[in-house]
Design a protein around this ligand. Structure first.
Ligand SMILES: [Zn+2]
Length: 228
């Protein structure tokens, strides 16, 4: 599953389509060449919630991460929050610096600033986060991880320098992001906007943001007003 694919070698995004255009595209895409980012043939689909996405025609011989519907929903929510914050936004951006490959689920850009949101719902070893974060920084992309609470359980403490990893959970009102220091969890939308607006920030050596320790690295600068 993806929100980005290549139509006759042109990058296209689900957000380029209205719902009706998407339905028409589902009927007409076979006349053109639709590829996933990995080069495999793609298919435009609709989820059971009527959300458009691209899928592999066949997954044989491809090691793309198999995003779940839950992950796609989160990507969409982050994307909306970035757009609402007035930043340029792109889905699923990848690049290469020297031998390092980097990839973010949602990239936010404004002037010279680039913030990459990475969504992780399954458990990974600390080295996985460290490597991906290092690749992002090499590309001047500030990484912000959103990791499912259960998948983050095994992450503490990280072996190397602190990483901007925030734990996600879901309650009856939607996704929330856990914050340290008895700060109540924030709705995902408010969290993303807070990060981009500088109301929340991660202090990281090398970015002019200093982290005293990994559990106390989010500092609210001023009260955050939920955006309706
Ligand atoms: Zn693939």
């Amino acid at each position: 599953m993806a929100f980005v694919a290549y139509l006759n070698s042109q990058r296209i995004r689900v957000s380029d389509f209205t719902w009706l255009e998407w339905v028409r595209f589902q009927q007409s895409y076979r006349e053109q060449h639709l590829e996933m980012a990995c080069g495999m043939r793609g298919v435009p689909k609709l989820s059971h919630r009527n959300q458009p996405y691209f899928a592999h025609l066949r997954r044989v011989g491809c090691d793309c991460p198999a995003d779940s519907l839950a992950q796609m929903e989160l990507k969409r929510h982050v994307w909306k929050a970035v757009r609402a914050a007035g930043w340029q936004v792109e889905f699923e951006v990848r690049g290469q610096i020297d031998t390092r490959h980097w990839f973010v689920d949602v990239l936010a850009c404004k002037a010279q600033e680039q913030v990459g949101f990475l969504i992780q719902l399954d458990s990974q070893a600390p080295a996985y986060y460290e490597e991906r974060a290092a690749a992002c920084r090499a590309a001047s992309v500030r990484p912000v991880w959103l990791v499912d609470r259960s998948a983050a359980e095994t992450l503490w403490p990280l072996s190397a320098e602190p990483l901007p990893i925030f734990r996600l959970h879901r309650d009856q009102d939607g996704e929330r992001v856990d914050l340290p220091r008895q700060i109540p969890p924030l709705p995902l939308f408010v969290f993303v906007r807070g990060i981009l607006a500088g109301q929340l920030y991660w202090r990281q050596p090398g970015w002019g943001w200093r982290s005293p320790n990994r559990r106390e690295s989010v500092q609210p600068l001023r009260p955050i007003t939920p955006v309706t």
